[in-house]
Ligand binder design. Structure first.
Ligand code: FMN
Length: 227
């Protein structure tokens, strides 16, 4: 089949676009507003952008009334946000925290989640989540879109602190991702979770390239200093 979004209809019962960009990691974003109201919401339009320094982004559409979402407003207002790893064990809490609610409703409480204070930023961390990034807000890119929800605010933040639970580090100091079991969004109301993995290395033994692939600034500099 072939279609052109907004031009030639797909003719299917459900729009296939989001089910083609899969699996999407979930940015489970915690923020706080200037009055101290805590907020937590999942964003599957989430990614790391670069690694030195580490920068992440989440893309927020507008809410059903066409307004900017709490996570965006709070990140801009306070200049900080936290990313929490969404896991299989926490899937129900992730889902509960996605409800569209007034800013004064604390989704940590709604989902029965204990908060953990951050070290360098004001927003709280999800204590049970095995990995969290403390982020300083950088900027927002706004993409105008169609209908009340179409416009997107893409929020970028620099990762200034990273927490990883010792239990999910293996004997070699690698994050044991199958043990973490992240959940990821697919299309429709479908999700997947990471319960297997495989490795492969770019051929050619180009060490700086491999350092970049690993996301290790130290290895990149070491290799480039050799030449
Ligand atoms: C797994 C999951 C992923 C989501 N991803 C996004 C997303 O990428 N962008 C978005 O605008 N809304 C997304 N949503 C919906 C938001 O979580 C929802 O609008 C939430 O109420 C926003 O909360 P906030 O206003 O407190 O920021 C997602 C929902 C779920 C359950």
């Amino acid at each position: 089949m072939y279609y052109e979004p907004g031009n030639i209809p797909h003719g299917l019962k459900h729009d296939p676009f989001k089910s083609c960009v899969v699996p999407r990691p979930i940015g489970w974003i915690s923020t706080v507003d200037a009055d101290g109201n805590h907020n937590l919401a999942p964003y599957s339009q989430f990614q790391n952008v670069t690694f030195n320094p580490p920068i992440v982004m989440f893309a927020s559409n507008q809410d059903s009334r066409g307004g900017r979402k709490d996570s965006v407003r709070n990140a801009e207002q306070v200049g900080e946000f936290v990313w929490n790893m969404a896991t299989w064990d926490l899937r129900e809490a992730v889902n509960i925290s996605a409800q569209e609610l007034p800013p004064e409703v604390d989704e940590f409480e709604l989902a029965g989640l204990e908060k953990a204070p951050s070290r360098l930023v004001k927003p709280m961390r999800v204590k049970r989540s095995p990995i969290q990034f403390e982020c300083k807000y950088l900027n927002t890119l706004r993409f105008p879109g169609n209908g009340p929800m179409g416009s997107a605010d893409v929020v970028f933040g620099k990762v200034v602190a990273i927490h990883i639970a010792d239990e999910v580090l293996d004997a070699d100091g690698l994050v044991d991702i199958v043990k973490v079991r992240p959940i990821a969004r697919m299309g429709y109301f479908e999700y997947t979770s990471v319960d297997s993995k495989f490795s492969m290395v770019i051929p050619g033994d180009q060490r700086a390239l491999l350092g970049g692939l690993e996301g290790s600034p130290d290895k990149v500099s070491m290799e480039l200093n050799k030449s």
